[in-house]
Design a protein around this ligand. Structure first.
Ligand SMILES: Nc1ncnc2c1ncn2[C@@H]1O[C@H](COP(=O)(O)OP(=O)(O)OP(=O)(O)O)[C@@H](O)[C@H]1O
Ligand SMILES: [Mg+2]
Length: 271
């Protein structure tokens, strides 16, 4: 997609810093330093970096779960600190984590969990309409027919199915932005591509912007429009996926690509 000034920002961070206090008088950890990043509407923005580079911290800042130490973060052009207090933000900005158990309640059925968000956000006029929306979200997420899964508990599903329930619960709310933190890292290779296909459709058919956090160059190549490469809390390189991965400028980007030989000639995890 074209990322011209005509495409509005979903999120924008300016000179964002996040610092965690060090334990027992050790020096504080600078998780993010002077980050400038723009995530456009309907865009899949990859945050690529190795472990500890600050990827999840950035995702948490955008979700309003982590306060910046300094700098400015905007959501759709307004201050994030103001936006996060609104129910619109809590509906529009959803998340998927590596481990679906983190997001699912083990004591509630699939149907109950997808309905819950609809009830909280008062989407749909009455129970039958909400049920129809939940069924549609489950089926769009690849759990079809939905009645096969509706009364199951999370432990009665595979890891890939659990992750699709999380996606369905998010999708039911018609989000504009989905923060996906290593969404397939915990999944078996055989189900990864199904989950990736669902995410791919969310973007292409529903125009949902994805923040795709990954340490995997192949996944970034397969999924992202643009990539920001994070190293020690700083963005060392950013640009269109093809430019960044085919013509890397920074030694760290070259190192990441060098550690994953051959991935740029395949379609990453989507095959
Ligand atoms: N709550 C916290 N308190 C103290 N330090 C933290 C906290 N959260 C993260 N950090 C530190 O901030 C840095 C960035 O962490 P973050 O979790 O964002 O990295 P990451 O890129 O997501 O890593 P991974 O790929 O392993 O998930 C790390 O050094 C981490 O130890
Ligand atoms: Mg992380």
């Amino acid at each position: 997609m074209k990322t011209t000034a005509l495409v509005p920002h979903l999120f924008e961070a300016r000179q964002l810093c996040v610092q965690f206090p060090g334990r027992r008088r050790t020096t504080p950890v600078k998780a993010l330093s002077d980050l400038d990043v723009q995530w456009f509407q309907g865009e899949v923005l990859g945050i690529l970096g190795s472990s500890g580079s600050g990827k999840s911290t950035l995702g948490r800042v955008f979700l309003g779960l982590q306060q910046p130490s300094s700098g400015e973060v905007l959501y759709q052009g307004r201050s994030l600190s103001t936006a996060v207090r609104t129910s619109t933000f809590r509906r529009q900005v959803q998340m998927i984590f590596q481990d679906p158990y983190q997001s699912l309640n083990p004591r509630r059925t699939v149907g109950e969990q997808v309905l819950e968000g609809l009830q909280i956000h008062r989407i749909g006029q009455a129970a039958p309409e909400r049920t129809a929306l939940a069924v549609a979200a489950l089926e769009l997420s690849g759990l079809a027919p939905a009645d096969r899964y509706w009364n199951r508990y999370p432990h009665q599903l595979s890891g890939g199915q659990r992750q699709r329930v999380v996606i369905a619960a998010a999708l039911a709310l018609s989000p504009t932005a989905l923060v996906c933190d290593e969404p397939v890292s915990a999944l078996d290779v055989s189900v990864r591509s199904q989950v990736l296909q669902v995410l791919h459709r969310l973007r292409h058919e529903h125009g949902i912007g994805l923040l795709f956090i990954t340490h995997d160059v192949g996944l970034a190549w397969a999924m992202c429009d643009r990539i920001a490469v994070l190293h020690n809390g700083r963005i060392v390189e950013t640009g269109r996926t093809e430019d960044v991965l085919k013509y890397p400028q920074h030694p760290f980007t070259r190192e990441l690509i060098g550690a994953a030989p051959g991935v740029l000639s395949r379609k990453g995890g989507m095959e």
